[in-house]
Design a protein around this ligand. Structure first.
Ligand SMILES: [Zn+2]
Length: 152
């Protein structure tokens, strides 16, 4: 379903649970300040707010509804871009990163898909090499809202 009218954050906020509207608003402001472009789109699961950079079409960060629960998708490239500020990431996000597939380029340069460029970043002194496929997804809750400190 396409509408000729461009959706804005004002269309998205009413579907966000009230206690997280401030977090979504501040994250949106911080992302735009970092140079990201915001797009509000209709998905099968509901409205989603997507952020990417003009030079990279991949979704860096996205608010979306996963089974009616407000969640955040984070692409490994997002962590690469914010490398150096990641030590403050909430534990629930670091746990998801730990579980996320490592890039096989590290062990063998030919092992991964040739189109994969590794996303390298470090958290608390630990080096991560992650594949650029898919995103990690975390529920927006009292803990994951700490993500904002990394973006600001
Ligand atoms: Zn890879």
């Amino acid at each position: 379903m396409k509408t000729s009218q461009k959706l804005t954050l004002a269309d998205f906020l009413p579907v966000v649970p009230e206690e997280y509207r401030d977090f979504v608003t501040k994250t949106s402001e911080a992302m735009i300040k970092c140079g990201y472009k915001q797009k509000i789109e209709k998905k099968a699961s509901g409205l989603a707010a997507t952020y990417n950079t003009p030079e990279c079409k991949r979704v860096h960060l996205q608010f979306w509804f996963n089974k009616n629960i407000l969640s955040i998708n984070l692409h490994p490239i997002f962590f690469t871009k914010h490398n150096g500020f990641l030590d403050d990431l909430p534990v629930c996000i670091v746990t998801k990163i730990d579980e996320f597939r490592d890039c096989r380029h590290v062990a063998d340069p030919n092992a991964c898909n040739p189109k994969c460029y590794e996303c390298k970043f470090s958290i608390n002194g630990i080096q991560y090499h992650k594949c650029n496929y898919n995103c990690i997804s975390v529920e927006v809750n009292g803990e994951s809202v700490g993500l904002l400190s990394v973006i600001q």
